[in-house]
Design a protein around this ligand. Structure first.
Ligand code: MG
Length: 388
């Protein structure tokens, strides 16, 4: 019998992490959780550890270490704390696949460690490629490591491109639901609340990415993510709004043919696909009934109403550390918005001002990304403190 594949789930208590463990539980003969990492959700981490019996768990927040350790006493599960230990633990020989499902920039260091250790990576942390896509691609060249996208759109690109020569791809067509404010007049965005922004029409996701969807920053990030995953220039990536979220994305080829991948808007699908590669995992879960969708519609995005889309294209064109600055400012601004400190439009203003201020580095090394991230966060925070 084939050996079970051991999985590390970084961010196991978040939305993607929980759904990854659903897939591990769905195929117990294929997968086994070996390492679970959570930031602050101690209760859920304990519950997951007792159920999935990994060798190791990490609770990043040090003040919660004792609580988790006590709860798992006598189980044989080792409990660690702190951020830096994750980069060590993911390199363990036992681990086959690392699912990177943590939020934001914090995913970068452990993803790099996993690449260096030659692990398969199911990449859900898109910020890793937004911040340092060029560096990640350099490192992948010298490593046995492979990146499999978990993002639904990038999983769709993957499925459309499989078996094709990438040279024959002329355009990536990235679909966007348009978020909760698609039909709002532009003026109304000045006064929308956190509660409005957290009402995503189709996808159930964590708070940070739901706000990123409301501003459409998420789609800008995904455009940059696609650029690095498939080596396609941002000028050949088109964003199209598709409110039903059934077509997960499309690829146009040099002969004018277009392939699309369809499915229900359910993150279990791209996770199942990424973990199943190179094959497919059969499931009894809910199927899409195409006749239920009398119309699938597509429209151009409104760049005036969602100016962060243009910001993302500009960041991609300028390259270097600019996308890292954009991401850092966005993380600070979204946290402030979720904390009721700033308005919805201040998210864009904070990012633009931080990008205008930040010193440009054309070919950043890892240390440059670390410094850029810290400085841009600091500057964005100071702008927000002035708003109050
Ligand atoms: Mg997505």
């Amino acid at each position: 019998m084939e050996q079970k594949r051991k999985i590390a789930v970084l961010g196991s208590t978040g939305s993607i992490g929980r759904q990854t463990l659903d897939i591990v539980a769905e195929y117990p003969h294929l997968f086994e959780a070996d390492l679970l990492v959570a930031n602050r959700s101690a209760e859920l981490l304990i519950e997951q550890a007792l159920r999935f019996r990994p060798r190791n768990v990490v609770i990043a927040s040090e003040e919660l270490h004792e609580k988790v350790e006590k709860a798992l006493e006598g189980t044989g599960i080792a409990v660690y704390t702190g951020d830096s230990v994750v980069s060590e633990l993911v390199t363990a020989a036992e681990i086959d696949t690392v699912v990177t499902a943590m939020v934001g920039y914090s995913g970068l260091a452990s993803t790099i460690a996993a690449i260096k250790a030659g692990k398969k990576i199911a990449l859900a942390n898109k910020e890793t490629l937004v911040v340092a896509g060029e560096l990640i691609n350099e490192m992948l060249k010298d490593s046995e490591s492979v990146l499999y996208p978990v993002d639904s759109e990038h999983g769709a690109f993957y499925q459309c491109i499989v078996g094709e020569d990438i040279k024959n791809v002329s355009k990536l067509i990235l679909t966007a639901s348009g978020g909760p404010f698609r039909t709002f007049p532009r003026e109304r965005l000045a006064t929308v609340t956190k509660a409005d922004a957290l009402q995503h029409p189709n996808w159930a996701m964590g708070a940070k990415i739901t706000i990123d969807s409301a501003t459409m920053m998420n789609k800008g990030f995904e455009m940059i993510e696609a650029k690095w995953l498939y080596g396609i220039s941002q000028d050949n990536i088109e964003i199209v709004v598709h409110p039903q979220s059934i077509v997960h994305s499309m690829v146009e080829f040099v002969d004018g043919s277009v392939k699309a991948q369809l499915g229900l808007p359910d993150m279990h699908l791209p996770i199942r696909y990424a973990l199943g590669l190179p094959g497919r995992l059969a499931t009894d879960e809910q199927r899409m009934t195409i006749a239920d969708y009398a119309s699938l519609t597509f429209e151009k995005p409104d760049f005036e109403k969602f100016p962060l889309l243009s910001t993302a294209y500009e960041a991609a064109r300028r390259g270097g550390n600019v996308p890292c600055v954009m991401n850092a400012a966005n993380e600070i601004a979204v946290a402030a918005f979720l904390d009721d400190k700033i308005g919805f439009n201040d998210i864009y203003n904070t990012i633009e001002k931080t990008m205008a201020w930040a010193p440009f580095i054309g070919s950043p090394a890892y240390e440059d990304y670390v410094a850029t991230n810290a400085e841009a966060r600091h500057y964005a925070q100071s702008l927000i403190n002035d708003i109050k």
